[in-house]
Design a protein around this ligand. Structure first.
Ligand SMILES: C[C@@]1(CC(=O)O)C2=NC(=C\c3[nH]c(c(CCC(=O)O)c3CC(=O)O)Cc3[nH]c(c(CC(=O)O)c3CCC(=O)O)/C=C3\N/C(=C\2)[C@@H](CCC(=O)O)[C@]3(C)CC(=O)O)/[C@H]1CCC(=O)O
Ligand SMILES: NC(=O)c1ccc[n+]([C@@H]2O[C@H](COP(=O)([O-])OP(=O)(O)OC[C@H]3O[C@@H](n4cnc5c(N)ncnc54)[C@H](O)[C@@H]3O)[C@@H](O)[C@H]2O)c1
Length: 200
């Protein structure tokens, strides 16, 4: 069986600078998903035109819009770039410039030119689940995202917060703490395993 070897990380986008090249449909979609997950992300967009929806999204977040064609000087200070123009040569040029500067680049919808893929993302309070199909089926990633949005309970965050409090009260060294926390939370897995067995 093929296997997804990508390594997911959870970026602190409020401490990083993201550049989106292009201001059309794809740019707006990527910006929308980025801000849905990370409303505090620092984003710059460069494009000769922006959609009305992009202007609205930009007003809500930390988004700077530059009305211009792409130039490599716009890469300065950016850690991550997403290229979305409708001119393949421009996207490939951006890819080349980023590679030269060790900046992570995603050419939207173009897997061979991606250092990373955007994922389907579910956020419930402190809990976040990110989904990838290894670039094989974005539609499946979207459907799985919708599925998990439904099945992960809203109050999962209460569990996280309570355990965070409980963790502070446990006495002993690190190993004892780990053991106590694992013993305390064992039931969570057992209960859901029993439940799903009963449902089968
Ligand atoms: C998850 C999500 C996140 C996001 O966009 O932020 C995302 N695509 C989403 C939706 C979506 N994109 C497309 C459709 C139309 C149906 C279809 O083609 O399936 C739909 C579904 C819809 O809109 O209903 C078009 C499309 N996308 C890519 C290709 C090229 C190819 O597959 O070769 C084509 C065909 C272009 C063409 O035909 O020309 C490629 C990529 N899209 C990825 C991410 C990366 C892989 C993620 C993974 O590993 O699974 C990857 C590799 C690179 C990247 O762009 O990062 C977001 C769902 C968010 C959500 O709803 O939660
Ligand atoms: N719209 C979709 O759902 C979709 C799906 C899959 C693939 N695609 C492909 O993705 C690409 C982008 O699609 P779109 O719908 O966003 O196109 P679009 O025409 O809506 O947007 C293209 C954007 O790129 C900007 N642009 C053009 N040249 C530029 C340059 N030199 N520097 C900076 N910005 C520049 C334009 O001003 C515009 O804002 C196309 O190649 C399209 O075939 C689109």
């Amino acid at each position: 069986m093929e296997r997804n070897n990508l390594y997911p990380i959870f970026l602190k986008t409020s401490q990083l600078n993201v550049l989106i090249v292009g201001g059309g449909n794809v740019a707006e979609e990527k910006l929308g998903f980025l801000l849905k997950s990370s409303p505090d992300a620092n984003v710059t967009m460069v494009s000769p035109m922006f959609r009305a929806g992009t202007l609205t999204l930009a007003e809500k977040g930390q988004v700077k819009l530059i009305e211009s064609k792409y130039k490599k000087r716009f890469l300065k200070g950016h850690h991550i770039v997403i290229a979305t123009t409708d001119v393949p040569e421009v996207n490939i040029k951006v890819h080349k410039h980023c590679r030269k500067r060790s900046i992570l680049i995603n050419v939207a919808d173009n897997p061979p030119y991606c250092d990373f893929y955007m994922g389907g993302i579910v956020t419930k309070g402190n809990v976040k689940v990110a989904i990838s199909t290894n670039g094989k089926s974005p539609t499946t990633a979207k459907r799985l995202r919708q599925f998990f949005e439904d099945v992960i309970p809203e109050n999962v965050d209460d569990l996280v917060k309570n355990l965070n409090e409980y963790r502070k009260t446990i006495k002993g060294d690190f190993e004892q703490k780990v053991e106590t926390l694992n013993e305390f939370t064992k039931g969570l897995i057992e209960t859901s395993a029993i439940k799903s067995n009963q449902e089968e």
